[in-house]
Design a protein around this ligand. Sequence first.
Ligand SMILES: [Fe+2]
Length: 208
Amino acid sequence: MNHYTLPDLPYDYNALEPHISGKIMELHHGKHHTAYVKNANSVLEQLDEARKKQDFARLAALERALAFNLSGHILHSIFWKNMTSKGGGTPLGDFGNAIQKDFGDFQRFRKQLTEVASTIMGSGWAALVWEPIGKRLLITQIYDHQSNLAQAGVPLMVIDAWEHAYYLQYENRKTEFFEAVWNLWNWQDITARYASAIQLNIDIGEAA
Ligand SMILES: [Fe+2]
């Protein structure tokens, strides 16, 4: 009963050099992301077993493990597609206008997202999400892969702030890594995610 699979990278391991080394990408995708996929599938199997046996003694731990590993799988899958060797610059069109509307201008948006990544205590992510109730872009600071999130936010653009994302190359200079990724953003991918996310209708009445 395998539900999740490791996606291929849309580029070679060394394609994002010099900003992210090929060795980091190889370990990050081939070892870390692989483990999240494997563990998410394992938890689903264990939940299936628990239901069959009607033995829910480990349920809380399994739910926690599912949230952690599945969120890790989803965020890494987005992160890979968010980047390209031909990235950087600034987004235009409706998405560029939405950045201006919700953050003032692109530089303020960039500063906030970079600071959110830099100030994570421990492991986590900085994420740009579409919040479908208020119909606005928000930046969130995610602990581990799953905590500190407002429900229903759709991740559009994410920065991995776990040490495994940068330490081999940048050591303790993590802010250099968070600046380097701005040379890699694939605005075409992020804009397409935005265009898709704004179609989402969560019907909870006049909540915003
Ligand atoms: Fe990671």
